[in-house]
Ligand binder design. Structure first.
Ligand code: GDP
Ligand code: IMO
Ligand code: MG
Length: 423
């Protein structure tokens, strides 16, 4: 029985959804701890493909309890759409989906402000889901929380107060139309009727579950390099995807966490703007995108692709406390006769000792590459580590040593059976 944090080791989209689905068979509870509907976690089961944005990927395993922690920002529309989609597929969430009363709500003005800010000069390339503006209000202590839905008077007062400020901003600064306060109040009161049954005191629930010996998988969204503190700021998301965020985002104390599993793609991708030292803007990059079907699960945007960056993953291993990882999408590299791995960065002719997260340096570093032999063989049918070609094993051995991580799980395709443990 254990409490495990599962964290994206790069810039998101590492295949967290798939691995959560695999592992959740052996966990009692799966909990999301940060982010919101900016996430898109894909799980393929047979011929069905599910893309989960807010509800933990464990929901596809019967009997697993799924929790949305206080660190998550909840868009009512996205949540209700997701519940409806699952129910349409005969997956009932009642009695096994719970939401923290301390989670913050994404309001219509958050999404609007997100899109207005993205149309200006300081583009981040956000998903447009209102994430940044919602966390801004949370930290400015103006946010509206799930618990506010339980008291009609408080909810109305808070919405009116916020709307007064936001409408001023929309009208005077951005020259946009004002939002209708009565409509928003009505919309959120209706939302309350539908989600009331899911609201719970999550810290109490989770700590009680731990005391009873239950196992919990904490599902991170995004990835370490998108972390607001440790990522490639300002080109990051507005939450803490790193393992530390799992404690603040759920109410589980650090001394109850048993292990941290990193999810790491066999190459690198990133969506949106920001520095990306190993990015390939050539045929190899296009090939990775094509074979890896690298298009955003939430926005459909083409993902930027590049070689595996062991220097970056080594940094991620350090800040997350990752000991073991799942390597995903290894099959995507099968068609390359040579594969490069970045082992460090050079800046002004000097090899850097530690990973630079600041924009100026990261934008100007030159990656140092080691070239490895490809295996030029389809590995998507491999079902055990022993089935892998020797060059594939050499690649895994090389990246694991360079990044300082132990490979525990290997994924060679999007399906459940295209996964195996290394021992
Ligand atoms: P997440 O956000 O980390 O859950 O990842 P996404 O779902 O956004 O993106 C991962 C994509 O890769 C999804 O389409 C998965 O179905 C797919 N995928 C996951 N693991 C593998 C794998 O090992 N090989 C291949 N070819 N696809 C995979
Ligand atoms: P999952 O959980 C990849 C990126 C956006 C943008 C930046 C800020 O599926 O791995 P935001 O909307 O959060 O304010 O956007 O973060 N981003 C992601 N990139 N995977 C994700 O989630 C992402 N969620 C946000 O593209 O660059
Ligand atoms: Mg994704």
């Amino acid at each position: 029985m254990s409490v495990t944090v599962l964290v994206g080791g790069q810039w998101g989209d590492e295949g967290k959804g798939k691995i959560v689905d695999i592992l959740s068979e052996n966990y009692d509870i799966v909990t999301r701890y940060q982010g919101g509907a900016n996430a898109g976690h894909t799980v393929e089961i047979g011929n069905s493909k599910y893309i989960l944005h807010l509800i933990p990927s464990g929901i596809l395993r019967e009997g697993v309890v799924c929790i949305i922690g206080n660190g998550v920002v909840i868009d009512p529309t996205a949540l209700l759409d997701e519940i409806a989609l699952l129910e349409k597929n005969n997956i009932n969430v009642d009695g096994r989906l719970f939401i923290s009363h301390n989670a913050h709500l994404i309001m219509p003005y958050h999404k609007l402000l997100d899109s207005i800010q993205e149309s200006g000069d300081n583009k981040i390339g956000t998903t447009g889901r209102g994430i940044g503006p919602c966390y801004i209000d949370k930290y400015a202590r103006k946010g509206i929380k799930i618990v506010d839905l339980l008291n009609r008077k408080t909810l109305e007062e808070k919405i009116r107060k916020n709307l007064e400020e936001k409408n001023n901003l929309l009208k005077k600064v951005y020259e946009k139309e004002e939002l209708n306060v009565e409509e928003i109040i009505h919309q959120y009161l209706e939302f309350d009727k539908k989600i009331d049954k899911y609201i719970k005191d999550i810290p109490a629930y989770l700590n009680n579950a731990i005391a009873q010996g239950k196992s919990i998988l904490l599902e991170g969204a995004q990835g370490a390099l998108l972390d607001v503190d440790h990522g490639t700021y300002p080109f990051v998301t507005s939450s803490s995807p790193t393992s530390g965020g799992a404690c603040t985002g759920t109410g589980i104390p650090p001394n109850k966490i048993d292990n941290v599993l990193g999810i790491v793609k066999a190459y690198t991708t990133r969506v949106g703007y920001g520095p990306f030292p190993t990015e390939l803007l050539d045929d190899d990059g296009n090939k990775l995108r094509k074979i890896g079907v690298e298009y955003g699960a939430t926005t459909g945007r083409p993902r930027r692709c590049g070689w595996f960056d062991a220097f970056l993953v080594n940094y991620s291993v350090m800040i997350n406390g990752i000991e073991e990882v799942a390597i995903t999408k290894l099959d995507v590299l099968s068609d390359f006769s040579e594969i490069k791995v970045c082992t460090g960065y050079k800046l002004n002719g000097n090899i850097l000792k530690s990973f630079p997260t600041d924009f100026e340096r990261l934008q100007t570093v030159t990656p140092v590459y080691e070239t490895l032999k490809g295996w030029n063989k389809d590995i998507s049918n491999c079902r055990a580590f022993a089935d892998l070609p020797s060059q594939t094993k050499e690649y895994l051995d090389f990246i694991s040593k360079e990044a300082g991580m132990k490979i525990k799980i290997v994924s060679v395709g999007p399906k459940r059976d295209q996964t195996f443990f290394t021992n």
